[in-house]
Structure formats: structure tokens, C-alpha cells
Write a protein that binds this ligand. Structure first.
Ligand code: GLC
Length: 488
């Protein structure tokens, strides 16, 4: 596995959660997984991590090569790995003081780093160098690259590292097509990309070098993180310019919906929340967690008022502005609202502005705080995911796991993971709006408020949400089957 994020080491979003949880699931199914990722300045290095005795050499363009230190650790010793007979995955963190030892993964307060293409080309090249040694000299059975950062690994393996590597099957997983890693054609040689690939157009896109497009072209399989998203990206505008390219390659495009790590996210064992609870004491557990969360965030405590929450990166595509437009109506109907996230500056200030406008009713935390996120999943009655576009989305699954009810737009993985509530048939686990716009979202929020007024219905809805199986079991098997279909 090649990835710019791994949940327990360094992450900014769902990519890290998925790479770690998927790797652990595959390990528990018997696969021998090595995850390669950078060692950033902000990486939380596990105590048992050990340096390889010698650095690896990552060839790059123009005769240049970088020496990278390799720091290896087992990924997570949590409940899952203790109970299984197999070893957890190995994580190899690549150290390069110039490129990775910085206070952010992709950028800092001054904006994105300008050398990101080269940084992640180095990760990708280094990952193959690690793989050449991780199994005593044998090459891996499959290279699995995540998002554009790792796309170079697919290209290098097939085209730049000789005949043995060229035969190794490769998969690229798209976690978010909005990010493709475009960079200037002036960098082709520097990034060690094959010139004929530019001429043939397989990583050339609208005048830029597009590493994700190149990996889609030559990987044996392209996967994305939900079935619906796999269809959506083949059409304008969700294809972000690659819709035709993806349609052309549709026979190797597969949607496999993400799961979540149900051992790490379990309200009956979670040490971050006010009161632990299971299905049997769901009502009391959530009440206690909600009261504590309201106190922590400075929201007026009122058990009869529903608490809506958002935990999200603050980006246009996440549709936070849609929810902000519906806030006056929500507050007017007596709801409490908790907004948590970081991202675009104007959205951060909009959140803080809303909290100032409705003190006690709306709270905002501009923070990336995984422990707070867990307290929100446990304390919120409704978790809103107002995305315009959502490859999979994880917070709706975390919320359900904690007995919260998701209110989501009908896009991507939200559609695949939230079954619309149907009171007449006592089915469904959440509210799905008719569209990703202010008016449709308001109707969905109104539906949530109506549900809230129905005590009995709400109790059984919560129980169904909590009982939903969001584990990786099924999807990890699908990845294994995919590997096998490539002769692994
Ligand atoms: C990205 C996507 C999100 C997905 C996650 C993990 O963060 O935006 O929808 O759940 O990757 O695949």
C-alpha cells in the first residue's frame, strides 16, 4: 500500500482512516501488508518503531536519486489484531528531512507546498525501493496506490523499473477525484515520468501533467470508494475532467464501499466519551454524552432540544455553506448545532460567526480533533453531511455506530451507506435529502425534526442505525477478490 496518510501516524481526513483500517482487515484475512507513507514533521511515531539499518535509494528523474531513511513499526495493536492470529500490517515511514519533515502533510499556514508533486513522486519511488527489500528481495504480489500522491508508483512500476516490476499487478484507488495532482509539464523529466506517456496523452491533461490520469491509464484496476461514486465520476461534472477517460476505462473501474474500524470506534469501549454504552443502554448513554458535549461546547442544555452536528473538512464540496444557509431555520425551531472542522478560511470564519450570532444555540470549533469528533458522534442526535460531492464519507458511519442519525445529501457513498428512514415499515437508518441544495437540505432537516418529536420511532431508528454493519469484513474481501482476479 502506498499512501500519503495513515490514520494512527498522520492524517487530515478519511483517506488515512481507510488505508489503515483496510490494511488491518486485509492482514486479519491473511494478507501480508506493508504500508509505505512519509514520516512528516507531524507524524506520531509509534514507540516500537525501528530504523532500517540502511536507507533505501529512490531513483528520480535527471539521474537524481534520494536516500530515504526507513522507520518501521507494526500498525496498531488494537483489539482487532490481538484477537486474530495474524500479525498487523507493517508501516514503513520514509524519512527525508528536506521533503517530509515539515509541519503539515500537504501545506502549512502559508498554503499548499509548491513541491508537492516532487514530494509524492519521492514517496512513490521510495515505496518501490522499500518493497524491493520488505520481503527479502522478492517483489510484492500487488502494488496498491491510494490517490494521486501514490499514482506515480503505478507508473514507475510498470514503466521505469525494469521487466520484473512491469509484471507486478497494480491497483489505484480514488478516494477523491477532485484532487489529481496536476503539475507543470516542465517537471516531466524531474519527476521521472516517461516522455512517450506525455506524447501519447495518458498523463497529459489540458496541458498539465496529471499523475492520477496516468495511473488510471496503466493500472490493472481502478477502484473508488463507493459504487455510486464509481458511476458518478463517469459523468460531467463529477468526473472533474476525467469523465471521458474513466468511461473509456470503465471495464477496469470498480466501486467498493468503505467500511469503518468498528473495534476502534465502539461506544462500549471508547475511552474518549463521557459514558460508554451499548445497544442495551443506548438511550441513557447518548443522553449522558449529549449533556457532556453541550457543557463542553457551551451549548444551552435542554434534553428536549435535538442536537445536530457536523464534523468535516471545511471545503466547498463538503457543502458546509448549504447547512449554514439553513441554520436560521434550524435554530428557530429550537435545535442546537455543533460545527467542528478546519479548512478554508472563509468557512472557518463563517462557522465562528454563526456561533457568535447564536450563543448557546450554535457552537463552533475550528479544530482537527479526533477525540472531540468521537464525543460529537456519541453526543449528537443528528449528524449532518451536506456534501455536494462525497466519494464515500465516513462520519455518517461513525455516527450510526454511536446510535446517531445521519442527515445526508443523496450523493456518492452517502447514498450507498444511508438507507432512508421509512417509519411505516420500520426500516432505514437516516434521512436522505432529495438534492444537494439549500431547499432540499432544509426539507431533510425538517424531516429529522419530525422524527425527533416521535419518541418511540426515534428509539427504534437509533437502534437500527447502531445495528448497521459498517465493518470492513465484506469490503476487504472484495479487495482480496480483486487482487486474486489479477492472478495474485
Ligand atoms: C476522501 C473522500 C471521502 C472518503 C475518504 C476515504 O476523504 O472525500 O468521501 O470517505 O476519502 O475513502
Amino acid at each position: 500500500m502506498v499512501s500519503s496518510e495513515v490514520e494512527s501516524l498522520a492524517r487530515t481526513g478519511g483517506l488515512g482512516d481507510v488505508v489503515e483500517a483496510l490494511s488491518r482487515s486485509l492482514s486479519s484475512l491473511g494478507a501480508d501488508v506493508v504500508v509505505v507513507t512519509p514520516k512528516y514533521g507531524v507524524t506520531r511515531v509509534p514507540v516500537d518503531a525501528r530504523w532500517w539499518t540502511r536507507p533505501v535509494v529512490a531513483p528520480l528523474g535527471l539521474g537524481h536519486a534520494r536516500e530515504l531513511g526507513v522507520l518501521e513499526a507494526r500498525l496498531g495493536g488494537g483489539a482487532a489484531s490481538i484477537s486474530s492470529r495474524t500479525l498487523p500490517p507493517r508501516a514503513c515511514m520514509l524519512a527525508d528531512s528536506q521533503l517530509f519533515d515539515r509541519a503539515g502533510l500537504y501545506g502549512d499556514r502559508d498554503g499548499p507546498f509548491t513541491d508537492n508533486a516532487f514530494r509524492f513522486a519521492t514517496l512513490s519511488s521510495g515505496a518501490l525501493a522499500v518493497a524491493e527489500q520488505a520481503w527479502g528481495g522478492a517483489l510484492p504480489d500487488v502494488v496498491h496506490a491510494h490517490d494521486w500522491h501514490a499514482a506515480f508508483a503505478v507508473i514507475y512500476a510498470r514503466r521505469e523499473r525494469g521487466a520484473a516490476w512491469a509484471k507486478v499487478p497494480s491497483i489505484v484507488t480514488i478516494h477523491n477525484l477532485a484532487f489529481q495532482g496536476q503539475t507543470s509539464p516542465a517537471e516531466i523529466d524531474y519527476l521521472a515520468l516517461p516522455r512517450d506517456g506525455w506524447d501519447a496523452g495518458w498523463f497529459r491533461h489540458e496541458g498539465s501533467v496529471n499523475p492520477l490520469k496516468g495511473a488510471i491509464e496503466i493500472a490493472d484496476r481502478v477502484t473508488t470508494v463507493s459504487e455510486t461514486y464509481a458511476r458518478e465520476i463517469q459523468r460531467w461534472p463529477n468526473g472533474y475532467g476525467l469523465d471521458a477517460h474513466l468511461r473509456w476505462h470503465r471495464n477496469k473501474l470498480v466501486g467498493i464501499v468503505n467500511g469503518i474500524d468498528v473495534d476502534a470506534f465502539d461506544p462500549s469501549t471508547d475511552g474518549a466519551i463521557e459514558r460508554r454504552y451499548g445497544a442495551a443502554d443506548l438511550g441513557e448513554g447518548k443522553r449522558a454524552c449529549k449533556a457532556a458535549l453541550c457543557a463542553e461546547l457551551g451549548l444551552d442544555a435542554d434534553p428536549t432540544a435535538p442536537l445536530f452536528a457536523v464534523v468535516s473538512r471545511l471545503q466547498y464540496l463538503k457543502g458546509i455553506d448549504l447547512l449554514l444557509a439553513d441554520l436560521p431555520a434550524l435554530v428557530d425551531r429550537g435545535a442546537r448545532v455543533a460545527l467542528v472542522g478546519t479548512g478554508e478560511r472563509d468557512l472557518e470564519s463563517a462557522l465562528l460567526g454563526a456561533a457568535r450570532r447564536w450563543p448557546g444555540r450554535v457552537a463552533a470549533r475550528v479544530a482537527f480533533d479526533p477525540a472531540l469528533a468521537r464525543r460529537v458522534f456519541a453526543g449528537a442526535d443528528f449528524l449532518v453531511v451536506p456534501s455536494r460531492d462525497e466519494p464515500c464519507g465516513l462520519t455518517q458511519m461513525y455516527a450510526m455506530r454511536y446510535g446517531g442519525i445521519p442527515v445526508v445529501t443523496p450523493v456518492g457513498g452517502l447514498r450507498d451507506t444511508v438507507d432512508p428512514v421509512d417509519l411505516a415499515h420500520a426500516s432505514g437508518t437516516g434521512v436522505v435529502s432529495a438534492g444537494a441544495d439549500v431547499a432540499s437540505l432544509l426539507l431533510a432537516l425538517e424531516e429529522a425534526l419530525a422524527l425527533w418529536r416521535d419518541d418511540i420511532g426515534m428509539g427504534s431508528l437509533r437502534a437500527r442505525a447502531m445495528a448497521r454493519d459498517s465493518s470492513w469484513a465484506k469490503s476487504a474481501r472484495k479487495y482480496l477478490d480483486l487482487y486474486r482476479s489479477l492472478g495474485v
